[in-house]
Ligand binder design. Structure first.
Ligand code: PLP
Length: 394
């Protein structure tokens, strides 16, 4: 019998991932439901063919052309112009965040996040031997208003929590998954202020700043008037903003995530990345996709409108549906959310059991997919066994 064992800390851990089920309507992993057009596919295929012709060589380790194209995209999308040296990319923003914790986390250097939030953060921490600590978001899933009367909450509470944990890294998703909440700028500023001098001490015993990572995977779906944290980069060298081509861009299959930060952060990430981590084919495909950005992003406005209509519709059914700046909606509460999830699946609609107890998350699909979801949920809600959590308590 074999006695090989993974290292302590991995016992009993399951690989991360939502169920991958073959069903007609998949609204469970916040993908963009619109596949790329034939023209985009042809453009990517031609670029990949060109890269394949030189595939006997290793790719460019620092991919300057791709970083320039990503910087150009950010300038158009958010109005913030950055030099390519301040951009870094990897195989999905997942890998960017892993690089961040490889470089800035580690034993004795905690990572702080605010729950409920994206469930991969503890996994990046585990994989880099980084202690992971959480604080609670307030009832509106923000970091709390300055006048919060909930003790320990509000900006004051956040500041105290940051100082108490002395985290090396703070990760905050905005818009947040699974709640859809974008953080107001004054809260991000307060978090950045609290992070100054609140990180671990350096070898000379001087306190460092905690690195604040704002995960904007869903940034392009934010509602009009909601600013991006990119605007705060100028005044905050300890800020990192991560983005991805997986969501609004409709390129989840490409695996391309990136970040904007100060050059010293980028330099630290270059130390820990594997050599040639971004294949020549990925670089070529991403560059080609960025060249079609207007076409690929054409659906973002209609997805936003579809999302807002979905929120209104869910509320009209007597459910709580949270305002969302992302391409999904958190709704509930249900006495037995697993039963609702199964009923929907039986009707061919796959959504996600995630978030606060009693709640479910549905991604915004095409109008046809959303109509299937509404019809399936209407059937479920009208079945005699079904109760909402409020009804169960009544
Ligand atoms: C908040 C958040 N951040 C990051 C990611 C990872 O995205 P990527 O596909 O770029 O790795 C996701 C994916 O669902 C997400 O929800």
């Amino acid at each position: 019998m074999s006695t090989i064992r993974p290292r302590p800390g991995l016992e009993g851990c399951e690989p991360y991932g939502a169920p991958e089920l073959e069903v007609p309507v998949r609204l469970n992993v916040n993908e963009n439901p619109y596949p790329p057009s034939e023209a985009v596919v042809a453009g990517i295929a031609a670029a990949v063919a060109g890269a394949a012709a030189g595939a006997n060589r290793y790719p460019d380790r620092d991919f300057p052309a791709l970083r320039t194209a990503l910087a150009d995209y950010l300038a158009v999308e958010s109005g913030v112009r950055l030099p390519p040296e301040r951009i870094w990319a990897a195989n999905g923003s997942n890998e960017v965040m892993l690089h961040i914790l490889q470089a800035f986390g580690g034993p004795g250097r905690p990572c702080l996040s605010f729950a409920p939030t994206y469930s991969m953060y503890p996994e990046y921490a585990r994989d880099t031997l980084t202690p992971f600590v959480t604080e609670r978001r307030s009832d509106d899933f923000t970091l709390g208003s300055p006048d919060s009367d909930d003790p320990g909450q509000g900006i004051q509470g956040i500041t105290e929590a940051v100082r108490a944990h002395r985290p090396a890294v703070i990760i905050v998703a905005s818009p947040n998954n699974p709640t859809g909440t974008a953080l107001p700028t004054h809260q991000l500023r307060a978090l950045l202020d609290a992070a100054r001098g609140s990180g671990p001490v350096d070898l000379e015993g001087r306190p460092c700043d905690a690195l604040v990572v704002v995960d904007e995977a869903y940034g392009e779906f934010r509602r009009p008037g909601v600013p991006s944290a990119l605007e705060l980069l100028e005044d905050n060298p300890h800020l990192v903003v991560t983005r991805t081509m997986s969501k609004a861009f409709g390129m989840a299959g490409l695996r391309l995530g990136y970040m904007a930060a100060g050059t010293s952060v980028v330099e630290a990430l270059r130390v820990v990345r594997l050599p040639y981590h971004l294949s020549a084919l990925t670089q070529a495909a991403a560059l080609a996709a960025l060249g079609h950005r207007e076409e690929l992003m054409a659906q973002v406005a209609s997805l936003r409108a579809e999302r807002d209509e979905l929120v209104t519709w869910l509320r009209s059914r007597g459910l709580t549906a949270h305002d969302s700046d992302a391409n999904f909606v958190l709704f509930g509460p249900f006495a037995d959310r697993d039963a609702v999830w199964r009923d929907l699946l039986d009707d061919g609609v796959l959504i996600r059991v995630v978030g606060p107890p009693g709640y479910l998350r549905v991604s915004v699909g095409t109008p046809e997919e959303t109509a299937r979801f509404r019809a399936a949920l209407t059937r479920t809600l009208s079945s005699p066994e079904h109760t909402t959590a409020q009804e169960a308590l009544a």
